[in-house]
Design a protein around this ligand. Structure first.
Ligand SMILES: Cc1cc2nc3c(=O)[nH]c(=O)nc-3n(C[C@H](O)[C@H](O)[C@H](O)COP(=O)(O)OP(=O)(O)OC[C@H]3O[C@@H](n4cnc5c(N)ncnc54)[C@H](O)[C@@H]3O)c2cc1C
Length: 301
């Protein structure tokens, strides 16, 4: 179960009691506020609070540019200009606080993004629920043969069934022992902070994660990318939809200048110039490594 009945009751109560405010609100974000978006088999992401909107980005930028912004008068044009020229601080004027429920191995990747504030569920204080991420059959893939950090063909038949069975059995066995160790029936009971070390990395944890829009977009660029692991990418994809509703101008600029954009090295630019001048540029005469040439060519396929 992604959201407990108690959590859902709290969400319903919060959404039933709107309050008047003098603060700027984003209509798109108001529709998301508090609601849990399901991710993976038991996870979710939900907006707990936010600050700012597209106008807040422009307001901050106009402080620095003043009258100079006349040339980029409309808000979307200004935001596109800021994004294009890596003028990032106006995007830091917007903030979002998310409540995320995610498997521990996804949390390990997520926590590497240091420019956020985090408060995690304490497994020293509380008992973790018996909830494990078990991949859907279509995501149970073999090791990639071309990328050491990726996955390839989907496992099928007897192998897929055996792997799924092992994942479920091991998770439950580890949890049975966890429960047995912390139980105080006829024994002292091991401390929760120690018993948890027996739990697998596919168990779910929860945290509050607060980040400004600039750093959130950086996170999304890395984690909504095809190179990111599927299990974190689905969270990033869900957050992308929220951001698109929250700050539509900023999100469109982000899609254009970051998410869908590519970076060329000076050597690549030189190759493109030679190509445009009619020269036949090949792997042999491009001056790049095999891999770099392959990556360069992939941009045009
Ligand atoms: C596809 C993929 C594969 C990865 N593989 C691995 C892996 O194999 N092993 C591994 O360990 N990690 C791996 N990572 C994690 C990666 O190296 C980064 O740690 C992670 O993406 C966080 O990025 P960040 O540091 O830019 O983000 P943040 O921590 O949010 O930082 C944002 C920016 O702030 C600046 N910054 C923040 N803190 C500091 C600081 N202390 N000093 C200087 N500048 C700072 C940097 O400019 C940084 O880019 C992988 C990430 C991805 C997306």
């Amino acid at each position: 179960m992604a959201v407990t009945p108690e959590q859902q009751a709290e969400i319903d109560a919060l959404r039933e009691t709107p309050r008047q405010t003098l603060r700027a609100v984003s209509e798109g974000m108001e529709a998301h506020l508090y609601n849990a978006i399901p991710v993976l088999d038991h996870g979710f992401v939900r907006v707990v609070d936010y600050m700012g909107d597209d106008a807040a980005i422009c307001q901050a930028a106009r402080v620095s540019y003043g009258r100079g912004t006349k040339s980029v008068q409309n808000d979307e044009g200004l935001i596109r200009y800021l994004m294009r020229h890596w003028h990032s601080t106006p995007f830091e004027m917007c903030e979002v606080k998310l409540h995320v429920k995610l498997p521990v191995f996804v949390a390990r990747q997520w926590i590497r993004h240091r420019t956020a504030n985090v408060n995690e569920y304490s497994a020293r204080y509380s008992i973790l629920d018996r909830e494990f991420y078990i991949p859907a059959p279509e995501h149970l893939a073999a090791q990639s043969v071309v990328n050491n950090q990726g996955r390839g063909e989907v496992l099928e038949g007897e192998e897929a069934a055996r792997v799924l069975e092992m994942l479920k059995r091991d998770s439950n066995l580890a949890y049975d022992h966890y429960e047995e160790m912390i139980s105080t029936e006829d024994q002292q009971g091991l401390a929760r902070e120690l018993a948890r070390m027996n739990l697998p990395a596919n168990i779910y944890t929860q945290w509050y994660w607060k980040v400004d829009l600039h750093n959130l977009l950086h996170f999304l660029r890395l984690r909504a990318d095809a190179h990111a692991q599927y299990e974190i990418r689905v969270y990033a994809d869900a957050i992308c939809k929220v951001v698109a509703d929250w700050v539509p101008f900023a999100y469109r600029a982000f899609e254009d200048y970051r998410l869908g954009a590519v970076t060329f090295s000076a050597q690549m630019v030189d190759c493109m110039k030679r190509m445009l001048a009619g020269e036949e540029v090949t792997e042999e005469n491009c001056g790049m490594s095999k891999r770099e040439w392959r990556e360069f060519r992939a941009n045009f396929e």
